[in-house]
Design a protein around this ligand. Structure first.
Ligand SMILES: C[S@@+](CC[C@H](N)C(=O)[O-])C[C@H]1O[C@@H](n2cnc3c(N)ncnc32)[C@H](O)[C@@H]1O
Length: 320
C-alpha cells in the first residue's frame, strides 16, 4: 500500500496543476493559491504596506473604527475560524474586542506554513485566546476546526482581505454555500469584499511603482524552478495587471517577452511572444451585491460597514 505524507501529496498536486495549467490549449493559467510559498507570503505582507495597496488599510480602518459594534454582533461566539489568515495583523483587533467578553479558540487556516507561523507569533500574546492553526485548504480546515467546537460555542468564520475575490463569481458562491453547510444556523461569517472603484486607483494597487507585486507574481515561476525543477528564465516574463470590465476583475498575468520553451522535469512548454499565463483574479463588487449573495448562499447579511476612503465593505453574514 502506498501511503503519501501530506507534503508529498502537496508537491504532487502542485506538479499536476502546473502541468495541466501550462499544457492546456488556449489561455495558460496557474491557480493563485500557489503564489503563497514562504517567499510569496513575505512579499504579500510587503504588498499590504505599499502606498498603492489601499485595501488592507481600508479593512484595518473598518475593524478599528467599528470594533465595538462588530464585537457586539459577534459577542456570543466562542470559536473564531479564519480562512487564509495571512499574518493575522488585522485579526488582532477583532480578537481583542471579543476576548473582553469571554475566552475563545482561534483557528487560523492557511495553505502557507510561513503565514501560519507568522500569524501564531503575531497573536500568541492575546489573553483568553487559545490558538489552534491548521495548515491546509479553506474547507478542509474549516471542517477540522468546527469538529472541535465545544458544546454551547457558536462559530464565527472570518474571510478577510477580499480573498473571496480570487474566485470567479460562480465559484465564490459555491464556496460560500459549502461554508454555510459546514456551520450551524446562527453561526456567522465576516466577509471582506473590495468594491468597484476608478481604475486610476485600482490598477496601481496591483502594479506598484516599486515592483513588489511584480516580484510576488514572478515568484510563482521561481517556485516552479525551486520545487519542480523548472528552468524558467524570470527576466523573460513581465508582470501585467489589467482590468477585465466584463467580469469586473483585475487580472494578473505573466507575459512571455519572446517565443521560448521552458522545461519542467521531462515536460516542455512553449510560450509564444506576448502569450500570457493568467495567475490571479481579484473580482470587485458593488456595495449591494454582498446582501444578495448572502441570500443566495444560505445567509442573511445583518450588517455592512463601508470604508469611504478606499471603497471596501465588511459584511456580516448570519447562517439561516
Ligand atoms: C489575499 S491573502 C489575504 C491574507 C489576509 N487574510 C489579509 O486579509 O491580509 C490570502 C491568504 O490566503 C491563503 N490562501 C490562499 N489560498 C488558500 C487556500 N485555498 N486554502 C487556504 N489558504 C489559502 C494565502 O496563503 C494567503 O495568506
Amino acid at each position: 500500500m502506498l501511503i503519501l505524507s501530506e507534503e508529498t501529496q502537496t508537491v504532487n498536486s502542485f506538479a499536476m496543476d502546473v502541468r495541466n495549467g501550462l499544457g492546456q490549449t488556449g489561455q495558460k493559467e496557474l491557480p493563485s493559491k500557489y503564489l503563497y510559498d514562504d517567499v510569496g507570503s513575505a512579499l504579500f505582507e510587503a504588498i499590504t504596506r505599499l502606498p498603492e495597496y489601499g485595501l488592507t488599510r481600508a479593512e484595518e480602518r473598518i475593524l478599528r473604527e467599528h470594533s465595538d459594534d462588530i464585537a457586539e454582533h459577534l459577542v456570543a461566539h466562542g470559536m473564531v475560524v479564519e480562512l487564509g489568515s495571512g499574518s493575522g495583523r488585522k485579526t488582532r483587533q477583532i480578537l481583542e474586542a471579543l476576548a473582553h467578553h469571554k475566552s475563545m479558540t482561534y483557528c487560523p487556516i492557511e495553505i502557507s506554513s510561513a503565514a501560519l507561523v507568522r500569524c501564531e507569533r503575531e497573536l500568541d500574546d492575546l489573553a483568553h485566546v487559545s490558538i489552534l492553526g491548521f495548515e491546509t485548504e479553506y474547507l478542509d480546515g474549516l471542517s477540522k476546526a468546527v469538529a472541535r467546537r465545544k458544546p454551547g460555542d457558536a462559530v464565527v468564520v472570518l474571510f478577510l482581505g477580499s480573498s473571496i475575490g480570487n474566485f470567479d463569481r460562480g465559484s465564490a458562491e459555491e464556496l460560500l454555500h459549502k461554508i454555510r453547510h459546514a456551520i450551524e444556523p446562527g453561526d456567522m461569517l465576516l466577509l471582506g469584499t473590495d468594491l468597484e472603484k476608478p481604475l486610476t486607483q485600482l490598477i496601481p494597487a496591483y502594479d506598484d511603482a516599486l515592483g513588489v507585486t511584480g516580484a510576488f507574481n514572478r515568484n510563482l515561476l521561481a517556485r516552479i524552478n525551486r520545487e519542480l525543477g523548472g528552468d524558467f528564465e524570470l527576466s523573460r516574463f513581465e508582470h501585467v495587471a489589467l482590468y477585465n470590465a466584463r467580469e469586473r476583475r483585475v487580472e494578473m498575468h505573466l507575459r512571455s517577452m519572446e517565443t521560448q520553451t521552458v522545461n519542467i522535469e521531462e515536460a516542455n512548454f512553449t510560450f509564444l511572444c506576448d502569450e500570457t499565463i493568467w495567475t490571479e483574479s481579484c473580482h470587485k463588487y458593488g456595495k449591494n451585491e454582498p446582501p444578495e449573495i448572502a441570500r443566495r448562499t444560505g445567509f442573511e447579511c445583518n450588517a455592512q460597514w463601508v470604508d469611504v476612503e478606499w471603497q471596501f465593505a465588511e459584511n456580516l453574514f448570519v447562517a439561516v
